[in-house]
Design a protein around this ligand. Structure first.
Ligand code: PGA
Ligand code: ZN
Length: 447
């Protein structure tokens, strides 16, 4: 055994919203510690793995994670000390078994994910390989040598097409707008660095446009997107289109629009509450009509959670109507869970899945969902949470797996830039070992 786990330690640290979170350090014999920090969502799905917080404790409004930290330092440490950090699948299997609950509520998905990721970093440290190479090794082991239908995605290391927040609403910006994210996808860029430069330019131009039109230009939401007070969701789309044009780029061909509707969070009693659109709540069919109209009017290429997490019928309808024209991403719907994604595939629902490691709780399960997506022609989009840290795992992970797309929030606030900057480093250091497909992954939507 080359990478025997010798020490497991955890501490409480703080995320980008000032909320406590778990940091784990795992150390192999003779090596430096591997370390990972766990992110945290605000618009969480009901089917996600459970974040353990010290609810009964008045300290930090019950948000502390001391029990999760204790679980790592005691039960989890005893279970994995002495094991081989190079065997990620076995470590994750043990963690799942040790917890023993369907949603990791006993030890906490935060305790478990922190450990799972720190083990991968510890293995990298023990053998002197970089995190991206370690994640690639783990991905190769999961993909295995069976005949699989991995298409362009997943085959080799790829820099991702970034999907970046320009305007924030919903739970991330005081519910100023009903929809959560108004994003851009620089589909016409031919490299990651060019894509990123376009994004930064559009973001800065949008700030200027907002100020010129008398809005709160530079006030930002949780993920760094601007948080102006607008009357309607459509106004936000129009502002983003205007900013793309002011940047000298072509809306649609160079830079397309994405929306994270996050509709679960305004779904009540089987209806979608959208006061800015209609005084009476919308049925799923009316919701699909509305979005179809926008897809016709604006250069929209991606819609996330257009229907709620348990509205399978509505999801089916939108997939039939728009599934060949836009990327339809299930976030709250699939929660990075193999069983839920499999159900979606069987029901012919969505064509893309958001991949958030902390929704499921181990690295192995995250990659299993990613693989199931690619095997079935669903676009995977690796994603951050609205509460983030300086941890750069998802940047290395998206490159290592060749998933093709990354969603991290906006280009302001360093917990976001930590990921984008890591990608710039990887672009430079991996050189010809890494490819870039960019917007060409959407070929099937254009034909
Ligand atoms: P969350 O938001 O991290 O608050 O869940 C991100 C998203 O909905 O994509
Ligand atoms: Zn989402």
């Amino acid at each position: 055994m080359t990478s025997r786990i010798e020490r497991v330690h955890a501490r409480e640290v703080f995320d980008s919203r000032g909320k406590p979170t778990v940091e784990v350090e795992v150390t192999c014999a003779g090596a430096r510690p591997g370390r990972a920090m766990v992110p945290s969502g605000a618009s969480t799905g009901r089917f996600e793995a459970v974040e353990l917080r010290d609810r009964s404790d008045s300290r930090l409004d019950g948000l502390g994670v001391r029990q999760a930290v204790r679980n790592v330092c005691t039960e989890i440490a005893s279970a994995i000390i002495g094991l081989d950090a190079d065997d990620q699948a076995e470590i994750d299997r043990r963690l799942i078994e040790l917890d023993g609950t369907p949603q990791k509520s006993r030890l906490g998905a935060n305790a478990i994910l922190g450990t799972s990721l720190a083990v991968a970093y510890a293995s990298a440290e023990a053998r002197g390989v970089s995190p991206v190479i370690r994640f690639r090794e783990i991905w190769d082991a999961i993909v295995g040598h069976v005949e699989i239908v991995l298409d362009k995605l997943g085959m080799r290391m790829l820099l991702p097409l970034p999907m970046v927040n320009m305007i924030s609403g919903g739970l991330h910006a005081g519910r100023q707008l009903e929809f959560q994210d108004f994003l851009i996808l620089p589909v016409g860029a031919t490299s990651y660095s060019q894509a990123f430069e376009w994004i930064v330019t559009v973001y800065r131009r949008l700030g200027r446009v907002l100020i010129e039109r008398g809005h709160e230009g530079i006030l930002v939401g949780d993920e760094g997107g601007y948080g102006p007070k607008l009357r309607t969701n459509e106004e936000a789309i129009e502002l983003v289109v205007a900013a793309i044009e002011v940047a000298g780029l072509n809306p649609g061909d160079d830079v397309a629009i994405g929306l994270d509707v996050a509709s679960t969070h305004f779904f009540e009693d089987g209806r979608y509450r959208l006061p800015s659109v209609s005084s009476s709540p919308l049925t799923a069919e009316q919701m699909v009509d509305l979005l179809e109209g926008w897809v016709a009017r604006y250069p929209i290429i991606s819609l996330e959670d257009p229907l709620a997490e348990d509205d399978w019928t509505g999801w089916r309808l939108i997939t039939e109507r728009l599934g060949k024209r836009v990327q339809l991403i299930g976030d709250d719907l699939f929660v990075t869970n193999v069983a839920r994604l499999r159900e979606g595939i069987e029901r012919g629902v969505a064509n893309s899945v958001l991949i958030k490691p902390n929704q499921i709780g181990t690295l192995t399960e995250t990659l299993a969902t990613l693989r199931l997506a690619i095997d079935n022609g669903y676009w995977p989009v690796v994603s951050a949470r609205s509460g983030e840290t300086e941890d750069t795992t998802i940047a290395d992970l998206v490159v290592a797996t060749g998933a093709g797309q990354l969603k991290v929030g906006s280009v302001a606030r360093s917990e976001r830039l930590a990921k984008y900057n890591q990608l710039l480093r990887l672009e430079e250091t991996l050189r010809t070992d890494v490819g870039y497909l960019g917007g060409s992954i959407f070929e099937s939507l254009r034909s």
